[in-house]
Design a protein. Structure first.
Length: 133
């Protein structure tokens, strides 16, 4: 079904994009499409992307952002800056806190990783797209 729907083997950035758009349904579909994404890898990619967006909020200097996120060279941050402006620093910090909490939960307990990531994505949707917005 995932292959027919065009979702099998999707790049991880499609998952992070869907999660940061507040599209929990799409993010969860991508998490489970095809062979599925490794939950730890997906969580790590999401946290890294949010760190980059927070850095974009904190400085206008692309070189500084690249240093803070350990990027090679000078990344093109046009779309990252646009997304960071749209979401706002307060929302991004809240999302990053959720990622870090989920990572800690997975390291310290026997929690189901897929369930923890699905829950994080659902919470992200509520933060990004609050009711009535």
């Amino acid at each position: 079904d995932a292959l027919v729907a065009g979702q099998a083997g999707r790049p991880i950035w499609e998952f992070t994009g869907a999660a940061l758009e507040g599209n929990a349904r799409r993010a969860i579909e991508l998490l489970h499409a095809g062979g599925g994404l490794a939950p730890q890898q997906a969580l790590s990619a999401l946290a890294s992307e949010i760190r980059k967006l927070v850095a974009c909020c904190d400085t206008a200097d692309d070189g500084e952002v690249a240093k803070w996120i350990n990027a090679r060279g000078r990344p093109n941050l046009y779309y990252a800056r646009q997304r960071a402006r749209n979401l706002g620093r307060a929302v991004l910090v809240r999302l990053l806190t959720g990622c870090l909490h989920t990572q800690r939960l997975l390291r310290q307990s026997g929690t189901n990783a897929e369930l923890a990531l699905e829950t994080l994505v659902l919470h992200a949707q509520r933060i990004i797209r609050p009711a009535g917005r």
